[in-house]
Design a protein around this ligand. Structure first.
Ligand code: BTN
Length: 254
């Protein structure tokens, strides 16, 4: 597989090298294959199409060739930034901001790492940690509603459908990489609070009654706090329950 283009963005850590492919098996697989060399820190793999795109829980990620922004970032974060909750929030918040910036639409995070527009999934994120950390992002850009429905994805939407205007996959990918870079630099400087605030806001669940699905059962209560330190649920009877973000598989309005 040979890249058709190579970009060099004027970013700090991510995207100083972007390998652009017509078609790969999976951008995550390609990025992971380069994790033997920490000199590849910040490298981005971008593709027009994937033959074996991967989703969460071992599922496949389907996207018509040319219809999505499909990219993976290879990183070697310092230990303090290797926390799954942090990386997930970082990527999801950057997608939300790219959607807002490019279309003016409000995007919301569905716990832990889906991004929704008008209540439908516009983006999925797959983070894989091995030798390095690979953050894979699949943003639906050009698919028609009928096409997504025919592919068995009635709860998905593309940005073009939501925004009702043509959009450019590569331009969106560029904006997304720049946003990811800006926020990653903030995290490197120890500025975790600004991300926490935007994460909380994009989830939109604070103060609401929620179901928190954990490995040992589902808890219900009013979400009183949502922070890197943990979630606080006020349960019936007034007692509070503290949960680490990593312990919560799904968090949704009750
Ligand atoms: C999900 O299931 O919601 C996560 C989907 C992640 C898909 C993206 S597309 C780019 C990158 N390469 C992959 O093989 N998967 C991710």
């Amino acid at each position: 597989m040979i890249p058709v283009e190579e970009w060099h963005l004027s970013t700090r850590r991510l995207g100083r090298r972007v390998l652009v492919y017509d078609c790969v098996d999976s951008t995550n697989t390609r990025a992971a294959a380069l994790a033997h060399d920490s000199g590849n820190d910040g490298l981005v793999i971008l593709a027009d199409a994937q033959t074996a795109g991967r989703g969460q829980h071992g599922r496949s990620w389907l996207c018509t060739p040319g219809a999505g922004a499909l990219l993976s970032v290879l990183l070697f974060p310092p230990p303090a930034l290797r926390r799954p909750a942090l990386l997930t929030a970082w990527a999801a918040v950057a997608v939300c901001e790219t959607v807002r910036h490019s279309t003016g639409l409000e995007a919301k995070i569905k716990w832990p790492n889906d991004v929704l527009v008008h209540g439908k999934k516009v983006c999925g994120i797959l983070i894989e940690q091995g030798r390095g950390t690979v953050v894979g992002i699949g943003l639906n850009v050009k698919q028609r509603a009928a096409e997504l429905a025919a592919a068995g994805l009635p709860h998905a939407v593309s940005l073009e459908t939501a925004a009702r205007r043509p959009l450019d996959c590569q331009q969106l990918a560029r904006w997304l990489i720049v946003q990811l870079d800006t926020d990653y630099n903030r995290l490197w400087r120890g500025e975790l609070l600004s991300l926490e605030v935007r994460w909380r806001e994009s989830l939109g669940l604070l103060g609401k009654r929620v179901n928190a699905e954990c490995h040992d059962g589902t808890y219900q209560g009013r979400l009183r706090e949502l922070a890197w330190e943990g979630l606080v649920l006020e349960q019936a009877g007034g007692e509070t329950l503290h949960l680490r973000p990593e312990a919560v598989r799904h968090l949704a309005p009750a």
